[in-house]
Design a protein around this ligand. Structure first.
Ligand code: ADP
Ligand code: MG
Length: 257
């Protein structure tokens, strides 16, 4: 009998900004191929939680384990929290890819340059190989004809698909999406969701923050509803959408519908 190691296991994440306690012991477990979706009102801590998982924010407490590698130790002998060191930060960044609401492409670089920059400089992949892989990724996200375009020459939907290709170029073990369609005109949302849905179907392990409830319902293996930095309720989509126990969650879903 083999015991499967979770792709990602996050436990007890705490984070404050000054006196404001934003995350109050949040955890999450995802096995390989799982899609965990975070929902919740603005300010409930969704972005901060994602940013803590790839150490864009240093959590004040908690542990993150990616494919069995503990990235943050819990406490030292004196009971003090130990922040991740620089090497741990680099390792986790190379394993965890993030797609942001506002694409965050480098404006002075073409789409192709945006995609090959990190593989060439961080992963030390030969440029020609990185470019071949970039073209394959561009085909995958429907941008085969845009490698030489600058971000400003693309629609929002195209920019976000290029940003997804850039993230995939690092071959991450875990993909984080923070409201990937919130900055898009409604008619461009579908083309980005289609790409994310395809990534889910291909078995990528993903954590997604979204307000697209129909999409969440269709792609998620688990949905977590955050309220004021805590998990108020979590479960399979059919449970969350049909028989939510939390009154707050039912209210949230009614407003989102
Ligand atoms: P969500 O993504 O669910 O809307 P956030 O994680 O962005 O929520 O924010 C949660 C809370 O943390 C909010 O009250 C927000 O103002 C606060 N916050 C987030 N980032 C910072 C920061 N860098 N400095 C101070 N407060 C922050
Ligand atoms: Mg947010």
């Amino acid at each position: 009998m083999s015991v499967e190691i979770p792709a990602v296991c996050v436990e007890g994440i705490e984070k404050s900004f000054g006196s404001l306690s934003v995350l109050k012991g949040l955890g999450l477990t995802a096995h390989s191929g799982d899609v965990v979706t975070l929902i919740g009102s603005s300010g409930s801590g969704k972005s901060t939680f994602l940013r803590c998982i790839n150490l864009l924010e240093q959590p004040d407490g908690g542990t993150i384990t990616i494919n069995g590698e503990l990235v943050r130790t819990r406490q030292d002998r004196n009971g003090k929290w130990q922040p991740a060191d620089r090497r741990q930060v680099e390792r986790i960044r190379s394993k965890v890819g993030m797609v942001f609401q506002n694409f965050n492409l480098w404006p002075h670089m073409t789409v192709l340059q945006n995609i090959v920059e990190a593989p060439v400089h961080v992963l030390k992949i030969p440029r020609q190989q990185a470019e071949e892989e970039a073209h394959a990724l561009l085909r995958k996200v429907g941008l085969a004809d845009k490698p030489g375009h600058y971000p400003s020459q693309l629609s929002g939907g195209q920019q976000q698909r290029a940003a997804i290709a850039r993230t995939l170029a690092m071959k991450p073990r875990l993909l984080l999406f923070d409201e990937p369609t919130s900055a898009l005109d409604p008619e461009l949302v579908g083309e980005v969701l289609r790409v994310i849905r395809q990534l889910a179907e291909e078995g990528n392990t993903m954590i997604i923050v979204t307000h697209e409830m129909q999409f969440a319902r269709e792609v998620s293996s688990e949905i977590m509803f955050l309220h004021q930095g805590r998990v108020e309720e979590k479960g399979a989509p059919e449970i969350i959408f049909k028989e939510a126990k939390s009154a707050r969650l039912r209210q949230f879903l009614a407003r989102a519908a």
